[in-house]
Design a protein. Structure first.
Length: 255
């Protein structure tokens, strides 16, 4: 069931990462409910990579356009600068307090519960008190407001506080309309999540060494589940073979 559990947790991560709810807390809760054993936290770290790649794929045209325009387009340079300014607070706070958060706060369910409730209350309160927005595009956020969004993002270091929720609500509180705040939040997510992924991967590098490889029990379980998945895929392989697709024939031979 390890692969099935991993797939379920991947769905949880994908559904909650970009909604105003905490994906980390939901992922950790999901691991506990399923009895998924991830003592080193390596799975939780690696699954973040999927979220990063998803955002980069959705905004690939804007990302490449911004990079290409850095030398000649003032708007592209201003947008890139706003992203950098927004990421700095998270880098500082994460570097200083990530150890405490993971060793202390992650272990207490009451922290997650309180963060869930307080986060919802804050969102409702700010929604009611919003001023009329004067920024309608995510690539036109002034540097001062970008820094304010970055400060709001630092709250997400607490398990149960949503990163996207904190940045979107923070952006709306600073005069960005909903669409601009959401777009800016997604762009800020790329370097922020990449930095968090790299940091956690360095911390867990020992868990990825050969001496920490799966024992025989897990190898047998994964092999059995792999056979099940291959069996489920066999109708597709047969259909591809009927159309004389060489890639399908190679897959059949390898299996």
């Amino acid at each position: 069931m390890a692969l099935v559990y991993a797939a379920v947790l991947g769905v949880v991560q994908g559904l909650t990462e970009f909604l105003p709810v905490s994906s980390t807390a939901h992922l950790l809760l999901g691991e506990r409910l399923l009895g998924f054993d991830d003592p080193t936290g390596a799975f939780a770290v690696m699954i973040q990579l999927g979220s990063i790649l998803a955002v980069m794929w959705v905004y690939r045209a804007r990302i490449f356009g911004t990079i290409a325009g850095l030398g000649s387009d003032a708007g592209a340079r201003r947008f890139a600068a706003s992203i950098v300014v927004a990421v700095v607070p998270a880098l500082v706070v994460g570097g200083l307090f990530s150890g405490f958060v993971k060793s202390v706060l992650y272990r207490h369910l009451w922290v997650w519960a309180v963060s869930f409730v307080l986060g919802g209350v804050v969102m409702l309160a700010i929604e009611r008190a919003l001023r009329i927005p004067d920024v309608s595009r995510g690539d036109q956020v002034p540097l001062g407001r970008a820094f304010g969004v970055g400060v709001c993002q630092t709250l997400a270091i607490v398990p149960g506080v949503s990163r996207s929720g904190a940045t979107i609500i923070g952006g709306m509180a600073m005069g960005l309309d909903r669409a601009a705040a959401a777009e800016f939040s997604f762009f800020v997510a790329i370097p922020t999540m990449s930095a968090a992924f790299a940091h956690d991967l360095l911390e867990l590098r020992s868990a990825l060494r050969p001496e920490f490889a799966l024992d025989d029990r897990w190898r047998r379980r994964l092999r059995a589940e792999g056979e099940l998945l291959k069996g489920l895929a066999s109708p597709w392989i047969a259909r591809c073979s009927a159309y004389r697709r060489p890639d399908a024939r190679r897959l059949v031979r390898k299996s």
